[in-house]
Design a protein around this ligand. Structure first.
Ligand code: TYM
Length: 333
């Protein structure tokens, strides 16, 4: 008998422009899993509402994100590719998970603490940022995945998902599978080029962030002026050489070479040459990606892909939500 494939699920929210961090930390991982696992990948558009966003921008970001998924090689024949808001069960289970969580659990989330630290008037903190991990838990638990591939910044949210699932299971009997986060060995935290001890982030538009669809010449310039250190040895050393280590990670993730091989190639050579090498790799990769994105957007397949994905995802989500609603007493047994 054929063994059932393990299931994997992940998503990206369409806020701001997608970065090289999202690409290496998430999208590239998804591609590598699509043959081995039963994979669901979605556009977490409800999550984009946690901070104010212009509707036009949200539509544009959504279109770009699905195009990037396809351009990178996610195959809609193999992967269930969909938009979260097309499957209303996400919002419904999200509400159930919010009720299944408490203030302590949600206020302990590092991302919540980081994001709200910058807001001086605490009264104005949008409630969405606070409850969003409960919606993320629902996104995951609706489909009972075995694994959730994410960058390091999202690991804590997957752990919270496990806690919420456990709590629900022990209260109402076994309902949800406990998912495991999968963190890539290299590239799980691509750092900012201008501040290499911090994450490269799409919410901070600065010279440290490479945007996938930006003019590649801008990206080249950003890499050439990446912050490094005062010696000139190309060596991976996260603590003492975070900038060089980040560039090595980027180059290795986008090429078939290991970090060690790249280090060896640059023995006795300067940072200028090394940066040019990294910039060439990034620019080649992004130029190709942008060309494919353009073709996809012109092909008119996006709506069809999303409609087919929503149908498949809805089937699974509906079954699960019915089960949950029955257990908690919203439906007759
Ligand atoms: P989001 O949209 O912020 O990021 C999407 C994915 O990209 C990873 N990532 C990075 N990886 C490496 N280096 C970086 N600098 C970097 N920046 C971002 C993130 O870890 C993530 O894997 N809440 C999620 C989206 C989401 C989700 C889900 C994910 C909603 N529901 C269910 C998994 C399962 C988010 O905001 O990710």
């Amino acid at each position: 008998m054929e063994q059932q494939r393990k299931r994997m699920l992940s998503g990206i929210k369409p806020t701001g422009k997608l970065t090289l961090g999202n690409y290496i930390g998430a999208i590239k991982q998804f591609i590598s899993y699509q043959d081995e696992y039963e994979l669901l990948v979605f556009i977490a558009d409800l999550h984009a509402l946690t901070l104010p966003i212009d509707p036009k921008e949200l539509r544009e970001n959504t279109k770009n994100l699905i195009s990037i998924y396809l351009a990178c090689g996610l195959d809609p024949e193999k992967v269930i590719l969909f938009k979260q808001s097309d499957v209303h069960e996400h919002a419904e289970l999200g509400y159930v998970m919010t009720c299944n969580s408490n203030m302590g659990e949600l206020s302990r989330m590092t991302q919540y603490k980081d994001k709200t630290a910058k807001i001086s008037n605490k009264e104005s903190i949008p409630t969405g940022i606070f409850i969003y991990p409960a919606l993320m838990a629902a996104d995951i638990l609706l489909y009972d995945p075995d694994y959730v591939p994410v960058g390091i910044d999202q690991k804590q949210h997957v752990e919270l998902t496990r806690d919420l699932a456990l709590k629900f299971n022990s209260h109402y009997s076994e309902t949800f599978k406990l998912p495991e986060p999968v963190i890539a060995k290299t590239g799980a935290k691509i750092a900012s080029l201008s501040n290499p001890t911090k994450k490269m982030s799409k919410s901070e538009s600065d010279k440290g962030t490479i945007y996938l669809l930006d003019d590649v010449n801008i990206s080249r310039k950003k890499i050439m002026s990446a912050v490094t250190d005062s010696d000139s040895i190309v060596k991976y050393d996260l603590e003492n050489k975070p900038g060089i280590s980040n560039l090595l990670t980027i180059a290795s993730s986008l090429s078939k070479k290991s970090i060690e091989e790249i280090e060896n190639e640059f023995v006795g050579k300067g940072y200028g040459e090394f940066k040019k090498y990294v910039a060439d790799i990034v620019v080649d990769e992004l130029s190709l990606l942008q060309q494919k994105v353009k073709e996809i957007q012109e092909s008119g397949i996006i709506d069809k892909v999303l409609a087919a994905g929503a149908e498949k995802a809805s089937y699974l989500a509906r079954k699960k939500l019915n089960k949950v609603y029955t257990k908690i007493g919203l439906r007759k047994r």
